[in-house]
Write a protein that binds this ligand. Structure first.
Ligand code: AMP
Ligand code: MG
Length: 490
């Protein structure tokens, strides 16, 4: 048993009383095998090289063979789905195996997604298909590469167990790591079932595990909530500047640590389109890209409601009021860095809004726009004008005029062009996980070829680096690959 003996594993969630979870053994899958193993991440926990070749580790981590190191449990939670409260949620296909302690002493939940039915599965089969598992694996690692707070992916396994969605697909497993799997919906469950002692117990544990500084505060629960508000605002600032649409911002998919959580029908903007809806089932556009800030606040308001037995209403309201200013200041700092405009000038407000209007009218590619702007020192200005000219949606002169205005504005910066561009390349990625790339990787993987999954996972770890041999992964999407609306089925 050497491989797991080297790792420190704890079970602090399992010390909570019954009612917070139920112990459930994973249901094994047929002919399970490793597809991906995140060695750089695994090393942070002391896993040695060669770990993925180990059948023993595959059996233990997938729950195929029960192992003393783990106490698999399904967490109970509830949540607002598309604005409507659903009391019947919980880990319906995922299990918390235990917590892994990193070599630096940070505790991470080890969650196995796709492990089979639990008492909270409702009508579901408890499974996750290869398609959605690849999407979560690639995107969570891509977000980490971009510097966005997120859950992580330790590994992925595929099986021959058929899983029935719109078609028959292969069952897969994702090993997910996160400092917490507590969602807004955990608090909502105890509030709406009027289990206020458990609500307090949960808040006490969350403070102990994740916000220990709150213990010194006069109002520890309030300080905890203020932290959650701030972390959520920071996460949304990242989403809005990186062009990331989550797609299912239900309160059961909101982490109390402000980490991007539960990757489903997400999408990155291709053309700059503020109202982009990535979720095929989101008919009203509730979770459209430009609604994410207000939905995050809505979700925090739902969490605030669930905390009313612990925190005074007036305090909750004043914390909620801090959300928008925090988001705006983070967003504005990140957006300034994207443009390379670090000093504040009186004309900036008008300039930014003109820039976004032009990008929208021209349907310019959001990621490419900023990357090309970051490469003016080496590539010159023509590639930027070509990017606008490509679609012939705006007159070429408009793009030239905008660029001149931008270059004039840059003269007010203290940095030289090359210094500015160098800084801009550190925040404007060359590579993002475009939906069409994920789709190509999935189609190959379903035929047994995981090469593109592996290439993407390597390249997206360093999205700001040139990596010229992978230029083909930074190309603009083909027409079929734009604005792909992804189904919720997973
Ligand atoms: P999601 O839309 O993936 O965030 O899931 C919402 C709820 O449905 C959660 O409680 C999940 O655990 C549950 N769920 C999603 N898919 C399945 C499935 N295939 N089997 C059982 N439960 C599921
Ligand atoms: Mg979920």
């Amino acid at each position: 048993m050497p491989l797991l003996d080297q790792i420190t594993i704890t079970h602090r969630y399992a010390t909570l009383p019954a009612g917070f979870y139920q112990f459930v053994a994973p249901t094994p899958l047929d002919n399970l095998r490793w597809v991906s193993w995140n060695q750089p991440l695994a090393e942070q926990f002391g896993f040695s090289h060669g770990a993925p070749e180990s059948v023993y580790l595959l059996d233990a981590l997938s729950g195929t063979v029960s192992h003393d190191a783990f106490k698999p449990l399904a967490m109970k939670y509830a949540g607002h789905q598309f604005g409507i409260y659903n009391p019947d949620l919980g880990d319906g296909r995922g299990l918390l195996l235990g917590e892994l302690v990193s070599l630096e002493g940070v505790v991470f939940d080890l969650h196995l997604k796709g492990a089979g039915q639990t008492p909270y599965s409702r009508m579901g089969d408890g499974r996750a298909v290869l398609r959605s598992t690849i999407r979560e694996y690639l995107c969570s690692e891509a977000m980490a590469g971009l510097g966005v707070p997120t859950t992580r992916a330790l590994g992925m396994m595929v099986s021959d167990t058929p899983v029935y969605r719109e078609r028959v697909e292969q069952g897969a497993l994702l090993l997910r790591l996160a400092e917490s799997h507590v969602r807004f919906g955990h608090f909502e469950h105890f509030f709406y079932t009027e289990q206020y002692d458990q609500l307090k117990q949960l808040a006490d544990r969350v403070i102990e595990w994740h916000f220990p500084d709150c213990e010194n505060s006069k109002k520890p629960y309030l300080t905890m909530f203020e932290n959650i508000v701030q972390l959520t605002a920071d996460m949304i600032a990242h989403w809005q500047t990186k062009g990331f649409a989550h797609g299912v911002m239900n309160t059961d998919n909101m982490s109390i640590l402000g980490q991007t959580f539960d990757y489903g029908p997400f999408g990155f903007l291709d053309d700059y389109e503020p109202g982009y809806i990535c979720n095929h089932s989101d008919y009203q556009g509730r979770y459209a890209f430009n609604n994410q800030p207000s939905i995050a606040l809505w979700n925090l308001t739902a969490l605030a409601q669930a905390l009313t037995p612990l925190i005074e209403r007036v305090d909750l309201d004043s914390s909620l009021e801090k959300f928008t200013p925090r988001l705006q200041s983070q967003y504005s700092a990140q957006m300034r860095a994207k443009f390379g405009l670090f000093t504040k000038q009186p004309e900036d407000g008008a300039f930014f809004s003109e820039s976004f209007d032009l990008m929208e009218t021209a349907k310019v590619d959001y990621t490419r726009f900023f990357r090309v702007l970051s490469c003016l020192d080496s590539d010159g200005t023509s590639s930027l004008v070509d990017l606008f000219d490509d679609r012939k949606l705006v007159d070429r002169n408009k793009a030239v005029m905008w660029l001149n205005q931008y270059l004039q504005r840059c003269e007010k910066e203290k940095l030289s062009t090359s210094e500015r561009c160098e800084k801009m390349r550190e925040v404007n990625p060359k590579y993002i996980l475009r939906n069409y790339l994920a789709q190509q990787a999935i189609e190959l993987a379903e035929q047994g070829d995981f090469s593109l999954v592996h290439t993407l996972s390597d390249v997206l770890k360093a999205p700001f680096d040139e990596q010229p041999e992978y230029d083909y992964l930074a190309k603009l999407p083909p027409d079929w690959g734009k604005k792909m609306a992804i189904s919720c089925s997973s």
